[in-house]
Design a protein around this ligand. Structure first.
Ligand code: TYD
Ligand code: MG
Length: 445
């Protein structure tokens, strides 16, 4: 078959593809983000038709939802298999599906290689080392106290070699980990390793390989602090599942989040702690992102829902007199615009002149919160810091004040999703929620 070389344009911001260049991406409206890619195999890779196959119509009644379902001796369904790491399984749905391609993204140093090494340590597999040497991996495996025999290592950064090995070892490996895609290149394609063209081409080939052979492939992708590396964004469209591994590098806590999943839910998270001997799973009961056990000025406690599990978080605020024309607003762990809005609501409803103050808000444990149930706790922490006093409820609160609720523009506190579940969590820890219907009531406590 003749190789077709054609140009396409990929948006470095959102990963959408276009046949023509333009100054602005019509999908995400980013300016100057389209990059030209000379794609070698794009013609036949985009087409589902395989060589030598006749075009045919299939009746859905004759189609089984997974290719050749088979059961093992214990009657377990073989097309989905467990990672043998509970938190990992929950995030994926039930486990790994045959032929699934999973993008495993996260900042450098966050622990991607560590977790995937632990995964192979449990279920065995092929580790494609494109970044490290086999010796370095051996060192990590030893450090983690894992069984070296579970590991097959392929030291390469050429995608054709990975293809060849997968083809040759047909069905020997359940999973293949490619660490990392930024280092892998395709000999037939132009561009340096890590370039858009190379990442795209290499991923296309891995996806094709996974679908053909049934092996599940984990593709490791680094993202920067801003999450703006083009590679992983573009890859999201190509794979079945996108997992993000997050956390504060200095902190111990790591959250495994699922962003897209063709085979399972997208709202579950897994929680781990990075320790001396690798990542340890953290159960619901153990998760507490609370720094201060005693009530403190500028600190409140809240419960956010991550999928079906409640997480106890501490919100810390620091409000200090501003000496700059435009006061500082710094939010870590909560959305900037949401933070701005909460500051404005607090200023208006609580009648406090925050326009003269610098406001810093942080979530302990370094997790990112998108749950609006944390609104009230943010406002409570800001108010407490501004007033320089501890917020205290009427009852006997053990420890810090617990505030849960979404706050409206008028300062009304709305009930949150899964409110009962959150309250139960608080009760089980011997704490009590403060009942507040309007943020104006904070003045009284
Ligand atoms: P790594 O998995 O190499 O990160 P990534 O692949 O995402 O770039 O993890 C790097 C960090 O994890 C490194 O700073 C050391 C730390 N670490 C531990 O704390 N304990 C361990 O057992 C291991 C293997 C790593
Ligand atoms: Mg790594």
């Amino acid at each position: 078959m003749k190789k077709v070389s054609e140009s396409i344009f990929v948006c470095a911001n959102c990963g959408n593809e276009f046949s023509k260049w333009s100054g602005q991406c019509s999908a995400c409206h980013e300016w100057n983000s389209l990059k030209e890619i000379k794609s070698l195999k794009s013609k036949n890779l985009n087409s589902k038709k395989r060589r030598g196959q006749e075009t045919e119509i299939k009746n859905l009644g004759k189609i089984q939802s997974t290719p050749n379902p088979s059961f093992d001796k214990e009657g377990r369904y073989q097309n989905i298999f467990s990672t043998e790491i509970k938190e990992f399984d929950r995030v994926l749905g039930k486990g790994i599906v045959r032929g699934q391609v999973i993008l495993f993204a996260g900042e450098p140093g966050i622990g991607k290689s560590t977790l995937l090494t632990q995964l192979i340590g449990k279920i065995g597999g092929l580790y494609v080392a494109a970044e490290e040497t086999a010796e370095q991996i051996a060192l990590r495996v030893e450090r983690l106290g894992l069984d070296k025999n579970k590991f097959d290592i392929l030291e390469t950064n050429v995608v054709e070699e990975i293809e060849e090995i997968i083809e040759r070892t047909n069905n020997v490996f359940k999973i293949v980990v490619v660490d990392s895609i930024q280092m892998v290149s395709c000999a037939e394609s132009s561009g340096t390793p890590g370039s858009l063209a190379q990442i795209r081409e290499s991923t296309f080939r891995l996806v094709e390989m996974a679908k053909k052979s049934g092996v599940a492939i984990f593709i490791v992708g680094h993202v920067t602090k801003e999450g703006d590396i083009a590679g992983p964004k573009m890859l999201e469209h190509m794979v079945d599942t996108v997992l993000y591994f997050e956390g504060e590098k200095d902190g111990e806590l790591r959250i495994l989040r699922v962003n897209k999943n063709r085979f399972g839910p997208t709202d579950e998270v897994g929680v781990f702690k990075m320790e001396e001997k690798g990542l340890r799973e953290i159960s619901s009961e153990e998760v507490s992102l609370i720094d201060s056990k005693m009530p403190q000025i500028g600190s409140t406690i809240s419960v956010v829902m991550e999928g079906s599990r409640p997480l106890l978080v501490e919100i810390q605020a620091l409000v200090t007199e501003s000496f700059s024309q435009i006061p500082k607003r710094i939010f870590s762990g909560i959305d900037y615009n949401r933070g701005q809005l909460l500051v404005a609501v607090a200023q208006k409803v609580l009648s406090i002149p925050l326009y003269k103050e610098d406001v810093f808000v942080a979530v302990s444990g370094g997790i990112k919160i998108s749950d609006p149930g944390v609104d009230l706790a943010v406002i409570g922490a800001i108010y407490s810091s501004y007033k320089d006093k501890i917020i205290m409820g009427e009852g006997d609160h053990k420890g810090s004040p617990v505030l849960i609720g979404e706050v409206s523009l008028l300062g009304k506190v709305r009930k949150v999703r899964m409110a009962e579940r959150r309250e139960r969590e608080i009760k089980s820890l011997g704490m009590e929620m403060m009942k507040i219907e309007n943020i104006g009531e904070l003045k009284k406590v």
